[in-house]
Design a protein around this ligand. Sequence first.
Ligand code: 1GP
Length: 229
Amino acid sequence: MVYDLLFAKDKNLVVLIDPDKITNDIITALSDSKLNSKLNAIFIGGSLVMSDTGEIAKQIKDATGLPLILFPGNLSQINKHVDALLFLSLISGRNPEFLIGQHVTAAPIIKNLNLETIPTGYMLFDCGSINSVRYMSATMPLPNNKPDLAIATAIAGEMLGLKALYLEAGSGASTPVSLEIIKAIRSNVSIPIIVGGGIKTKEQMEQIYDAGANLIVIGTAFENTNQIP
Ligand code: 1GP
């Protein structure tokens, strides 16, 4: 199961590839075995994607032996070249389209492709600016300084049977989800916690792992440098 590989270690790491930002340098970097040895998997997807996600997924798959997991902004990104997908429920929001609407349309397609689904509660936090997820999902993010709201949302997600929580600051956020929020959620749920958005340095990564994250997602910092911080 890809799910087990994703959370196999104490400190797990993936890079997120936005199909619209793929370059030859990124493909070359992803094919490097030294870099691959630091990653559990690769995520592919974005809030709004213009490119053919399946075509880019195939290129990445051919370049690396790592599991490839779709992190879909919407169901148009579903394709047969990934090994699994985060079946996201945007539980910080109140837009039924991203709580169940897209899922109903996507479910038969995913079943036909025989893709593993990883049911994930997606929690968007307000980290200072209107990011793409907030705009595209037309939802209000959780405050980054009100642990009670985050805890209640996370507990509800766990009670609904979700298998992981993704705490999202938004791609390119100036600051990641606060350590206070990560710690508060960690003390209240036992399912794995994924943290992404705005993580740029090794020091931030260590602090986020220490706060209780099981998996860190690095997108922009990898795209900009073709290296892991
Ligand atoms: C975005 O959490 C991911 O959905 C990664 O964010 O691009 O800021 O690393 P960054």
